[in-house]
Design a protein around this ligand. Sequence first.
Ligand SMILES: [Zn+2]
Length: 157
Amino acid sequence: MAMRSDDFYMHRALDQARLALAAGEVPVGAVVVDPAGEIIGAGFNAPIGEHDPSAHAEVQALRAACTRLGNYRLDGCTLYVTLEPCLMCSGALIHARLARVVYGAAEPKTGMVESRANLFAQPWHNHCVEVEGGRLAAQAKRLLREFFAARRDASDG
Ligand SMILES: [Zn+2]
């Protein structure tokens, strides 16, 4: 499979976010793409359903990709995620030795790439991850708004 566009893979991450929405979780989705362009892992946010505070979309996708490769490192791979990564996920992405992270919407409260800090830009890491934000951000935000609007309606009634 040849490498497709960033939009193509972000749409696959948005598909994962929709699965989270359908499961009643905050809609965030992620996919891991290998250097040849194949999606080797996908995941969506599921801390409630999995009883696991670390079950963010990024970690779920990393686990799937690492299991498939039989390796805890994902050299040369790119992760696409619909929302700016948090502290935990930014750390996991660095540990996985990803080449690149592409995210959708900024997360003003807990985002650790541009909103609160830029963990990836810190000079003490021994691995450098390339980062790009804002890819299909409007679609990612629309899903989040849908989720929180539905929750508000539920608590009003
Ligand atoms: Zn996270």
